[in-house]
Write a protein that binds this ligand. Structure first.
Ligand code: CDP
Ligand code: MG
Length: 640
């Protein structure tokens, strides 16, 4: 086993773990919590039963499992394994199991006692994802019930009191991380273009500073791709003797193989610059980093329950995020952090970020609670209770989806929904598709939608050319909109034989080759989840014409997305049925510039205007049948 800061205190930790039912463990990123603590527990002899260790991110779960398997000389999937959405690498003999928090939640619903585990470790608790928050609530009850269950909550930041109080004064232990001094630099004046500032800072470091890799934090994929393009454009432009600068992106939507590239060691003639979102803040440890560039922002999903929509906003980070980012430069030697904001601006940042539960759609968490038999939602064990407006809007959503009945109790349909690893709307769509006998095509589409950035936005110069290549597929949808078009892309991709043909075609129509190559995997997993749910499905597909199938598909989606519908108003605009808000069809849609009396969309984004994406035309009659209350509300009706 490696010599890490945590190794020095191993015996103290083991004594405490043996004594306490609940322990809070705080230690800086890189001190060895995630890789070592499960091994300590196993070596203490508790590994006969299983040890579960959760991660908010799938890439972290996979990566940690690989690492621990290596350290313990075992084959991945045997003694050490992982389970993440759409991928299971664990078996009956797995003793240390890394899971995403969502997967543990699912196991908990299937088996509320979790007695397959002797120990549950909730890692990265400081991230305060909704799912980790929920798990804490459930586990608080469970440790009281099960005398042989041990819980360890691990956090990389110092705000552990909150957890300790929640667990009735559980003991908090600290591991002093390895920390070298990090010199801070601020901008003297704010900059407009963070990407440009980041690239310039990177060049400055590259030509002026001794060896050591660079880790740059940017808000999202768009900025990262832009920075990568700029840096790639520079390669070869440096003087002789200056190493090559290799830019590697790292964000959640990137295929796993590409994410893994940031961990590869490069030859001495190259310097790495990792362009990452906040994914690299705490959960992934990349060695070799000496310089950090902190762009100062991150993307945050914000749910406006009054409008019933999710939007992804770029927001300033908190001081706690800034400290984590800075820390990444000083793990192995003294380092430097370049903050792309001014010192006075730093002082205005808030101390901690708002927990996700206070700003996201809580329909899924509430469905989970209902499915676990919780009756009093407001009075439940919340680590942080969402506000009542958000809870009410979630209950309404679940009622409309028929997951809850008139009394607010969970229905059989709702119980099935809760076990699918999708948002409640998509779960409803999939389950309805079984009833309507169009499971297979709907699975195709939902799998495509589960993968981000499958259909890429062409560069403005290329837009016309790409659109022309896409035209036959839009036509093949019979004017039924983006969801059906998405499927015609997939069907064509499937029909191509060689990887080369597939790749060429993707290039032509600007479809992300790697993304679409993952669709079948996702589909298989979803199908498996559905199968474990199904009781006798019908398959009508063979009896129907293409256009009947398409109509049936759209109706399935409408049963999940009735709240995302809008009616045409003059000026190529639409007015949402749920809130009467004006909305436009996004230019990337095949429905852009076309007219339909009513539309349904699976995504709503707000940039300069409100836009609907993944748009399908619908008939008012369908909406009338499936969700009449939306039309009622539009015309001043008084349903609900
Ligand atoms: O969880 P925590 O941040 O405290 O540390 P960890 O993830 O257990 O990582 C401990 C050390 O193991 C890090 O400093 C890395 O050098 C190393 N590590 C690695 O090289 N590769 C991994 N996939 C995970 C960890
Ligand atoms: Mg960790």
């Amino acid at each position: 086993m490696q010599q890490l800061p945590i190794t020095d205190v191993r015996h103290i930790l083991e004594k405490k773990f043996a004594k306490n039912k609940v322990t809070i463990l705080v230690g800086e990123t890189g001190s060895g919590k995630s890789t070592q603590v499960p091994q300590f527990i196993k070596d203490m002899g508790y590994g006969k039963e299983r040890i579960a260790i959760t991660q908010p991110r799938r890439v972290a779960a996979i990566n940690l499992a690989k690492r621990v398997a290596e350290e313990t000389n075992s084959k991945l999937g045997l003694a050490v394994g992982y389970s993440v959405r759409f991928q299971n690498m664990s078996g009956p003999n797995t003793r240390i199991k890394f899971l995403t928090d969502g997967m543990l939640l699912r196991e908990l619903l299937l088996k509320p006692s979790l007695d397959q585990y002797s120990t549950v470790i909730l890692d990265e608790a400081h991230e305060r994802t909704v799912t980790t928050d929920l798990l804490m609530g459930f586990l608080k009850d469970l440790v009281a019930k099960r005398s042989n269950l041990r819980l360890i909550v691990m956090s990389a930041t110092l705000d552990a009191d909150r957890f300790s109080r929640f667990f009735d004064g559980a003991e908090v232990l600290y591991v002093q991380g390895r920390r070298f001094p990090v010199q801070r630099y601020y901008l003297s004046r704010p900059v407009e273009d963070v990407v440009d500032a980041c690239v310039r800072t990177a060049i400055q470091i590259h030509v002026g500073e001794p060896t050591g890799d660079i880790l740059a934090f940017l808000a999202g994929q768009e900025d990262i791709d832009k920075a990568k393009d700029l840096l790639d454009g520079l390669s070869g432009g440096f003087q002789k003797g200056v190493p090559e600068l290799v830019a590697l992106p790292l964000y959640a939507a990137l295929p796993p193989q590409q994410q893994m590239r940031v961990f590869e060691k490069l030859p001495n003639s190259q310097r790495k610059i990792i362009l990452a979102t906040n994914i690299a803040e705490t959960s992934l440890t990349v060695s070799g980093v000496r310089y950090v560039i902190d762009g100062g922002t991150h993307k945050v999903k914000v749910w406006r329950h009054d409008l019933g929509l999710d939007s992804l906003l770029t927001m300033p980070i908190s001081k706690s995020n800034a400290a984590q980012r800075m820390g990444r430069a000083g793990r192995e030697a003294a380092g430097k952090v370049y903050r792309l904001y001014t010192e006075p601006d730093y002082e205005t940042l808030r101390g901690q970020s708002e927990p996700e539960i206070e700003r996201c759609d809580v329909a899924f968490p509430i469905l989970t609670l209902k499915s676990a038999g919780v009756i009093d939602i407001i009075g439940w064990n919340w680590l942080e209770r969402p506000n009542k407006g958000a809870i009410m809007s979630a209950l309404t959503q679940l009622y409309v989806l028929k997951a809850l009945d008139d009394d607010g109790a969970i229905t059989d349909f709702g119980l099935k929904m809760a076990l699918l690893p999708l948002s409640p709307r998509f779960s409803a769509v999939l389950l309805r598709s079984q009833e309507r006998g169009v499971e297979s095509p709907v699975l195709d589409i939902v799998s495509c939608l589960s993968i981000e950035n499958l259909v890429m936005n062409p560069h403005p110069d290329k837009r016309d050319e790409v659109n022309e290549k896409r035209l036959p597929f839009v036509a093949a949808s019979g004017g039924m909109g983006d969801l059906i078009t998405l499927r015609s892309y997939l069907l064509h991709f499937r029909s191509l034989e060689t990887a080369e043909e597939k790749r060429d075609w993707c290039k032509e129509v600007h479809i992300n080759y790697r993304a679409i190559s993952n669709v079948e995997d996702v589909r298989k997993q979803l199908e498996r989840y559905l199968k474990s749910n199904a009781n006798g499905t019908t398959n009508n597909e063979s009896k129907l014409t293409n256009s009947e199938i398409n109509e049936s598909i759209i109706k399935c989606f409408l049963s999940g997305f009735a709240a995302n519908t809008a009616l045409m108003i003059p000026g190529k605009q639409y007015s949402t049925t749920a809130g009467g808000q004006t909305i436009n069809i996004h230019p990337s849609s095949s429905m852009f510039g076309k007219k339909a009396p009513a539309i349904m969309y699976t995504e709503f984004i707000y940039t300069t205007k409100a836009y609907a994406r993944n748009v399908s035309p619908i008939e008012l009659e369908w909406l009338q049948k499936i969700a009449p209350h939306y039309l009622g509300r539009m015309f001043g009706g008084s349903e609900e």
